[in-house]
Design a protein around this ligand. Structure first.
Ligand SMILES: NC(=O)c1ccc[n+]([C@@H]2O[C@H](COP(=O)([O-])OP(=O)(O)OC[C@H]3O[C@@H](n4cnc5c(N)ncnc54)[C@H](OP(=O)(O)O)[C@@H]3O)[C@@H](O)[C@H]2O)c1
Length: 245
C-alpha cells in the first residue's frame, strides 16, 4: 500500500480504527472520519505509523460535507485508492416488537448505513477512478444475509448495502472494484449496547464459540486491497461460521 491513500468513514470506531491501523502498517496514508469521539480519533491519529494521516469530523448523512472532504483529499493527498464505508448505527429492538421500531429509527439507520455509504462512493468516485486501482469496501453484516441481527431495519440496511455492492461493482468497473466485507458479531462498542443475553447466545451459536476481534475484520479489508485482487462485487463473510448453525 506504499504511496496509496485509504479513506475510512467511521474510522475512530472499533472496526474502523483497526482498519486504519492495518492500512497504515501496510504503508498507506490514511484519512479517516470521526463523528462524536474526538479523543479516540486523536489517539488513533497519533498512534498510526507513517505520516500524512488525517482525522476529520464528518457525519455521513452530510452529503455536502462528503463532497467537500473528497475535494480536500484530492487537493491535499492528490489521490484516493481505497474507500472503506465503515460508519454504521443500530439499536437493539426485538424483531417481534414492531411498535418499538419507530419511523425515526428506521430513517436514521437507512440514512447512515445505506445513503451515507452511497453518498461517499458518489463523492469519491472521480478520485477512485483516477487511481487506476480504485477499491470500495462496504462494511456490511451477516445480518443482511441471515435476517438475524439487532433489529429488522438494521438487517435490511445491510442487505441493501450488499445489493449496492453488486450494482456498483458492475457500474463502476473496470476502474473501481466494489466489495462487501460481512462480519458476524465483533467485540466493539457496537455490541456492548445490545442485549447481553442475545449477545452471549450469538457467541455460543457460532461454531468458533466467540465474537470476532476488530483486527480480524480489518485483515479481511486489507486483503481485499492487497491479495484478493481479482475479487469484485462479492460479499466476503468473516463470521466464524455463524450462518451454519
Ligand atoms: N460490531 C459488530 O458486531 C458488527 C457486526 C457486523 C457489522 N458491523 C458493522 O461494522 C461497522 C463498524 O461498527 P463497529 O462495531 O466498529 O461499531 P462502533 O465502534 O460503534 O463504530 C461505528 C462508527 O460509525 C460511526 N458513525 C455512526 N454513525 C455515523 C454517522 N452518521 N456519520 C459518521 N460516522 C458515524 C461512529 O462514530 P461516533 O462513535 O464517533 O459517533 C463510529 O466511529 C458498522 O457499519 C457496523 O454495522 C459491526
Amino acid at each position: 500500500m506504499q504511496g496509496k491513500v485509504a479513506v475510512v468513514t467511521g474510522g475512530a470506531g472499533g472496526i474502523g480504527a483497526a482498519i486504519c491501523r492495518q492500512f497504515a502498517e501496510a504503508g498507506a496514508r490514511v484519512l479517516f472520519t470521526w463523528r462524536s469521539h474526538e479523543a479516540a480519533a486523536q489517539r488513533l491519529l497519533e498512534a498510526l505509523p507513517g505520516s500524512g494521516h488525517q482525522a476529520r469530523r464528518l457525519a455521513v448523512e452530510d452529503t455536502a460535507g462528503l463532497t467537500a472532504w473528497a475535494a480536500d483529499v484530492g487537493r491535499d493527498a492528490g489521490r484516493c485508492d481505497v474507500l472503506v464505508n465503515c460508519a454504521g448505527i443500530t439499536r437493539f429492538v426485538p424483531h417481534a416488537d414492531l411498535d418499538a421500531l419507530d419511523d425515526a429509527l428506521i430513517d436514521d439507520i437507512f440514512r447512515t448505513n445505506w445513503r451515507g455509504a452511497f453518498a461517499a462512493v458518489r463523492a469519491f468516485r472521480p478520485l477512485l477512478a483516477a487511481s487506476g486501482d480504485g477499491l470500495v469496501v462496504n462494511i456490511s453484516s451477516i445480518a443482511g444475509v441471515t435476517g438475524m441481527g439487532s433489529n429488522v431495519a438494521y438487517c435490511a440496511s445491510k442487505a441493501a448495502l450488499d445489493s449496492m455492492t453488486k450494482s456498483l461493482a458492475r457500474a463502476l468497473a473496470p476502474e473501481i472494484r466494489v466489495l462487501s466485507v460481512s462480519p458476524g458479531l465483533v467485540d466493539t462498542d457496537f455490541v456492548k449496547g445490545l442485549d447481553q443475553k442475545w449477545r452471549d447466545e450469538q457467541a455460543l451459536r457460532t461454531p468458533l464459540r466467540r465474537l470476532a476481534r476488530p483486527d480480524e475484520i480489518a485483515a479481511a479489508v486489507v486483503s481485499v486491497a492487497t491479495v484478493l485482487r481479482y475479487s469484485n462485487g462479492c460479499i466476503i463473510p468473516v463470521d466464524g461460521g455463524r450462518p451454519l448453525t
